[in-house]
Design a protein around this ligand. Structure first.
Ligand SMILES: [Zn+2]
Length: 467
C-alpha cells in the first residue's frame, strides 16, 4: 500500500561521503550458524486453499451475491478442528448498524458449524464437521453477499466505478503463533494468507468492464450480461473492479501482459506514465527477483483515490493516478514482496513495505548513499523496522511511513553496500526462490543475508533495529 506519496523519487543532495556501515570481519563458523537456526516452526495450516466462487452483480456492480467454496489441506501434524475465515471487507464498517448491515455477509455455511462473527465482524470461525487429519483435504461453503461501501476506498467506489479489494472472504492461518485474528489496520495491511488457487465466475452486466486477479475468459450470459471467469494459481488474494472503464493493453518485452483500466476523469498523461513504468518495472523486477509467474497484471486507475492511495493485490493494482503518475512501481514491486514472497503483513510489515520501497528506489536509480545519515535520529526509542502493525496502530501512525518506508528501504540499501551489489542481487534472487509463493519471516531473511557474507551481520541488524 502507499497512501503517503513516498514513491516520488527523492531529490537528495549527493554527498561525497559514503555512509560507513559498521562491519566486522569475523566469519561465523558453520557450528555458530547452525546454532543460530531456530527450531522449525509448526507448519502453517490450512494450506493449498482452492477457492471456487460464483457471484452475480446488480445493474451497477454495487451488490454481488453468490456462493463460495474453499477447500484446503491440513498441513499440521495435529488434526485440524476448525478454520477461520477473514471478512476483511468489514474492516472499516465492522458489524454495521440497524438498517446498515456489514458490507460482507456470509450465510448458509456447509461443511462445518459457524460461530458468531468476532474481531469487528471480520472473523468467522467454522468448526469442521470432523477433525481433519494431517495431509487430508476438506472444504467449507457459504453464501456471500457483498455491498460495495459508499466511500472512495480499495473496497469502495468512485462515481460509476466499483473496487472490490479485500472484499472476498479468505482463509486465515494457524501456525506456531497460533490463530491469526489480528484487527484491520486501515492505514496499512493486516493480511496474512497462504497462496492458493482461485476460480471466480462473475456474472455482470455486459456494460461493465471487470478487471480481476488472474486470467479472465468471457462468454455471454443472460440477455445483456457477461460471465467473466477468472482463474489464478498460486496467489494469496483475489480482487476485482467493475465499471465503464476505458482500457488499453500492452505486452512487456519480457512477455507479461499489462491491462490498463481507467476512470473517465483519470488524466491521460498519468495513464501513459503508469503503464510505461509498470511495464518496465515488471520486467526489471522479474530479472532481479524471479520471473513474474502469472502472465498478466491489471492496472486499475482512478484520480480520486488520493485520500486512500494505491494498493496491491495479486495480479491487480489499484492506482491513485495523477497527471504525473502514481505509485505504480511500488505497487508492482509488491507483486514480489507480499504476493510471490508472502509474509504475515500484521506481524512483519517491513517484509513487504520496506522491500517494495527498496525495489522502487532501485527502479528510479535513487542515490541512497547518505540515506541513513539523512534520516537522523530514530523517531522514538521503541521504533524498529521489525515492529508489528499493532505497534504502529497504537498511536504511532506517524512512525509508520518514517520507519517502514524510509528507514526500511534505506536499511536494505545499506545491506546492499555491506554485502556488495552482486551478492545482494544473488541473495535476493535466492531468497525469493526459497519462499516462492510461500511465506517468509524476518528470521528467514536474516539467515539468507547472513549466508551471503562472511561478515557478522549482528551489528548491522542491531544498528538498523532489525530484531
Ligand atoms: Zn506498499
Amino acid at each position: 500500500m502507499n497512501s503517503f506519496r513516498v514513491w516520488r523519487p527523492l531529490l537528495l543532495v549527493v554527498s561525497a561521503a559514503l555512509l560507513l556501515v559498521p562491519q566486522t570481519a569475523a566469519a561465523q563458523s558453520p557450528a555458530a550458524l547452525a546454532a543460530a537456526q531456530p527450531p522449525r516452526a509448526a507448519a502453517a495450516t490450512p494450506d493449498r486453499p482452492s477457492y471456487d466462487v460464483t457471484l452475480r452483480a446488480d445493474a451497477d456492480g454495487t451488490q454481488w451475491t453468490g456462493r463460495q467454496t474453499v477447500s484446503f489441506r491440513n498441513a499440521a501434524r495435529k488434526p485440524l478442528r476448525f478454520v477461520d475465515v477473514r471478512l476483511w471487507g468489514n474492516g472499516t464498517d465492522g458489524c454495521g448498524a440497524p438498517g446498515r448491515p456489514s458490507p460482507v455477509r456470509v450465510g448458509r455455511v456447509a461443511g462445518g458449524t459457524p460461530h458468531p462473527l468476532t474481531v469487528g465482524c471480520t472473523a468467522l470461525r467454522i468448526d469442521l464437521a470432523r477433525p481433519l487429519p494431517y495431509g487430508a483435504r476438506a472444504s467449507v461453503s457459504f453464501d456471500v453477499a457483498l455491498a460495495v461501501p459508499d466511500r472512495i476506498h480499495r473496497f469502495g467506489r468512485d462515481g460509476a466505478y466499483r473496487f472490490l479489494g479485500n472484499a472476498l472472504p479468505l482463509l486465515s492461518v494457524q501456525d506456531a503463533q497460533g490463530r491469526h485474528l489480528d484487527p484491520d489496520v486501515g492505514f496499512g495491511e493486516s493480511f496474512y494468507t497462504l497462496a492458493g488457487d482461485f476460480r471466480v465466475v462473475l456474472d455482470h452486466p455486459s456494460a461493465l468492464k471487470v478487471p480481476a486477479t488472474g486470467t479472465t475468459t468471457r462468454r455471454a450470459g443472460a440477455a445483456g450480461r457477461t460471465l467473466s471467469t477468472s482463474v489464478a494459481r498460486g496467489v494469496r488474494d483475489f480482487a476485482w473492479a467493475a465499471g465503464p472503464f476505458r482500457t488499453k493493453s500492452v505486452t512487456s518485452p519480457g512477455g507479461v501482459r499489462l491491462n490498463a483500466y481507467w476512470t473517465d476523469t483519470t488524466p491521460a498523461s498519468g495513464i501513459e506514465i503508469d503503464l510505461a513504468d509498470a511495464t518496465r518495472a515488471t520486467d526489471e523486477f522479474g530479472r532481479r527477483f524471479g520471473r513474474y509467474p502469472y502472465g498478466e497484471i491489471d492496472l486499475v486507475m482512478s484520480d480520486h483515490l488520493d485520500d486512500f492511495g494505491s494498493m496491491e493485490f495479486p495480479g491487480l493494482v489499484l492506482l491513485s493516478t495523477e497527471p504525473e503518475g502514481s505509485a505504480a512501481v511500488h505497487e508492482i514491486a509488491h507483486q514480489w514482496w507480499y504476493g510471490i514472497v508472502g509474509n504475515d503483513e500484521y506481524t512483519s510489515p517491513w517484509l513487504d513495505e520496506s522491500f517494495a520501497q527498496y525495489a522502487n528506489q532501485l527502479y528510479y536509480g535513487e542515490d541512497t548513499r547518505t540515506c541513513w545519515q539523512d534520516l537522523g535520529e530514530w523517531p522514538s526509542a521503541t521504533a524498529a523496522l521489525t515492529r508489528s502493525m499493532g505497534y504502529f496502530a497504537d498511536g504511532r501512525r506517524g512512525e509508520f511511513v518514517q520507519v517502514l518506508y524510509r528507514r526500511g528501504s534505506c536499511a536494505l540499501h545499506d545491506l546492499e553496500r555491506t554485502l556488495g551489489t552482486p551478492a545482494m542481487e544473488a541473495m535476493l534472487r535466492r531468497y525469493a526462490r526459497d519462499h516462492w509463493q510461500g511465506v517468509s519471516t524476518t528470521e528467514d531473511f536474516k539467515r539468507a543475508a547472513q549466508a551471503a557474507t562472511t561478515k557478522d551481520l549482528g551489528p548491522f541488524w542491531e544498528e538498523h533495529r532489525i530484531h
